[in-house]
Write a protein that binds this ligand. Structure first.
Ligand code: G6P
Length: 362
């Protein structure tokens, strides 16, 4: 039944809608009767002896790695590096003494990621594949596997795999941090916080009509568009910009808000859509300042802000969730904006030109 579109016009919309349920499934798959977060014991032991995590992934999975970096560092207290598979394999950086590799791959079949796994296996390093497909190549060849339990993802533009990857890595970080008695991990109630995030995702998903209107107002005819944000808002900006360019063919980029003035701002002209994501108190005033800078150069600005940081005139308000889980919620408006912009412009949402769901060549 998961493979059926049912009443949905496109798989992508169905898969966007499935995200809250996927969060709830991840909670139940990775907690026991007492509510304790459980991962495989050998996987836990291996992580406890590692001094650095290398996340290796492509495309949306790579962006999910970025969004998970501070969750793992914050809860498990292990430094995390994020790498593109297609770069890492041929230009391996100097590794730490006890590296642990995490391969994020929805399909478990991406050749660029597999070639790195083959190399790290040869070097004898432990690895985990986080994937949606149990019998996949990267799952079979890595030391350990964590499943996303997201159900088949059919649309080429990945949505529920992104949020499921962040949730699965949150599970991992919580388990490791708890085993190390890290206070931040002990205080983090995963079942509760992921549950709150799932409800917040539902609230955003219920705003489809409003978001469709925004897509119409901002993206109906534009040639390009920019998302900006800082720290995790920057990582989400990269992901939602990728969504937009993949399916609507609008030239979209996600930029670190503070870096705009060092070059990118030259691209802003009269009417250029610039969308700011604002979920973090420390950086909020700075990103707002950057939005004012582009506005004074003619940009058509849009704000996606957390409720506690929102100001009059902000167009999209995100419900409050735990600081680590903000990307799960802030990504949803951008997924929907990409979906509706694509419909408006008359393209096939599920099958964009030139792209494949799973790329098995390097
Ligand atoms: C392809 C897809 C992307 C995906 C990437 C990585 O390029 O079009 O949507 O993010 O591969 O896929 P993976 O299965 O490894 O997560």
């Amino acid at each position: 039944a998961d493979m059926e579109k049912g009443t949905y016009p496109y798989y992508m919309l169905k898969e966007i809608d499935e995200q809250p349920a996927t969060m709830r499934r991840i909670i139940s798959e990775y907690t026991d009767e007492t509510g304790t977060v459980v991962i495989e014991e050998p996987l836990l032991q291996s992580l406890l002896t590692s001094d650095r995590i290398y996340i290796v992934a492509c495309g949306t999975s790579n962006n999910a790695g970025w969004a998970s970096k501070q969750i793992i560092e914050g809860l498990a207290n292990i430094p995390v590096e994020i790498h593109l598979s297609s770069e890492f394999g041929y230009n391996m950086p100097l590794l730490s003494e006890k590296p642990f590799f995490i391969y994020l791959t929805q399909s478990g079949e991406t050749a660029d990621s597999r070639q790195v796994l083959v190399k790290t296996n040869k070097l004898g390093y432990p690895s985990l594949t986080v994937t949606n497909v149990a019998s996949s190549t990267l799952s079979r060849e890595a030391s350990y596997t964590m499943l996303l339990h997201a159900g088949p993802e059919i649309a080429v533009a990945s949505t529920k795999a992104y949020t499921a990857q962040i949730a699965a890595l949150t599970v991992l970080a919580k388990a490791v941090g708890e085993a190390k008695n890290i206070p931040a991990a002990e205080e983090f109630d995963l079942t509760k916080e992921l549950g709150i995030a799932a409800n917040a995702m539902d609230i955003m998903i219920a705003e489809k009509t409003m978001i469709e209107g925004i897509a119409e107002e901002y993206l109906a005819t534009t040639r390009n568009a920019f998302y900006i944000g800082r720290s995790e808002d920057y990582y989400v900006s990269m992901e939602v910009a990728l969504k937009l360019k993949e399916i609507s063919y609008i030239q979209a980029e996600g930029f670190a808000a503070g870096e705009l003035k060092h070059g990118t701002i030259a691209l802003v002209e009269e009417g250029t859509p610039v969308i700011g994501i604002i979920t973090e108190a420390v950086t909020a005033p700075h990103t707002r300042g950057n939005l004012r800078e582009v506005e004074s150069r003619g940009a058509h600005t849009l704000v996606i802000a957390s409720e506690e940081l929102s100001k009059k005139g902000d167009q999209i308000i995100l419900p409050i969730v735990h600081q680590f889980l903000r990307p799960l919620v802030s990504v949803i408006p951008g997924q929907l904006i990409a979906y509706y912009a694509t419909l408006l412009r008359g393209y096939d949402v599920d099958k964009p030109r030139n792209l494949a769901k799973s790329v098995t060549v390097e």
